[in-house]
Design a protein around this ligand. Structure first.
Ligand SMILES: [Fe+2]
Ligand SMILES: [Fe+2]
Length: 312
């Protein structure tokens, strides 16, 4: 397939989701949020997109109350899609999760109270899932033992570098209240990451989509798939949670860059589209013809698009 960009194709494509907060027996959050529908709708769209997805990464708060039934529903909902998409399924612990049911249901292993950290090899790309939870609490931490383990793991670089996935993102939040339950001792994690092959940090927990850097590494926080926090809520409120702005994130890992793109999970309406078969027509053109047709504002193609979009 002819590439239209100066950049080479992505070497890896991952999908990042977070904070599904499922309840057992299909009960609704706040008696009104259907946490299942956005997930299944996204999975249907991912399959229809034809994207070659290597992993589905869920960064914690998978259940709302750590019910076995909630984990079973999530597993039974998502596992068949992971198989269909031929994608690795990565479950990460969040503060609403508990290690025993998480382990027995999602990992299908013997129950344990140990931190649930795991390394995934995705064809040259290493993904390290870190358990940043503190049993019985909502804030996050990484124990000295976890940091030592991480440093040992990172001592050997991976061919395509490393992504770290953890629930509590190591960045500031403008929602002051969330600062009360953030990740403790973030400089200790920065010390471990600095100078390694870590190319990105994936987080959740905040219930809004945001991007930053940490120890010089890009950080992408995925919004929740159930309800989200309004960053510009009325000043009379310390915190305001709303049912919209559900989204997932696409992660494209290129040889030299990592690109994070938000994929909304709310209802949408298609306004216009180009048929996939049109690609063949574009491929048959020379680079000069493509530039004139798609970049020149006065090309017949652009004049027709302008007419359709703005009416003149
Ligand atoms: Fe959450
Ligand atoms: Fe959380």
């Amino acid at each position: 397939m002819t590439a239209f960009s100066q950049h080479p194709p992505a070497e890896h494509i991952l999908v990042h989701l977070s904070d599904t907060h499922l309840l057992g027996s299909g009960r609704k959050l706040y008696d009104q949020i259907d946490s299942d529908r956005p997930l299944t709708t996204l999975m249907e769209r991912l399959e229809a997109s034809g994207l070659d997805i290597e992993a589905l990464v869920f960064t914690g708060d998978l259940s709302d109350r750590a019910e076995v039934g909630a984990y079973e529903r999530l597993r039974d909902m998502i596992e068949p899609w992971a198989q269909k998409l031929d994608a690795e399924l990565v479950w990460v612990m969040g503060n609403h999760d508990e290690r025993e049911p998480f382990t027995t249901v999602l990992w299908r292993e013997e129950p344990t109270a140990e931190t649930r950290d795991r390394v995934y090899q995705l064809g040259g790309l290493r993904l390290i899932a870190l358990d940043s939870t503190v049993p019985g609490y909502h804030h996050g931490e990484l124990t000295p033992g976890q940091l030592e383990w991480l440093a040992r793991e990172l001592a050997t670089p991976a061919p395509h570098g490393t992504l770290i996935a953890l629930h509590h993102p190591p960045i500031p939040t403008p929602i002051d209240l969330m600062g009360l339950i953030e990740l403790d001792n973030q400089p200790a994690l920065a010390d471990v990451i600095c100078g390694t092959d870590v190319r990105g940090v994936l987080g959740g927990h905040l219930h809004y989509s945001t991007f930053s850097t940490f120890a010089g590494v890009p950080v992408s926080v995925c919004a929740a798939s159930c309800y989200n926090i309004d960053l510009v809520a009325d000043a009379s409120k310390l915190l305001s949670a709303k049912s919209n702005n559900l989204s997932s994130s696409l992660i494209h890992v290129y040889p030299d860059q990592v690109v994070f793109s938000q994929v909304p999970m709310d209802e949408d309406t298609e306004l216009t589209s180009y048929d996939a078969s049109y690609r063949q027509v574009i491929e048959s053109m020379s680079p000069e013809e493509r530039r004139e047709m798609f970049s020149n504002k006065n090309s017949e193609f652009n004049r027709r698009s302008d007419q359709e979009q703005s009416g003149f």
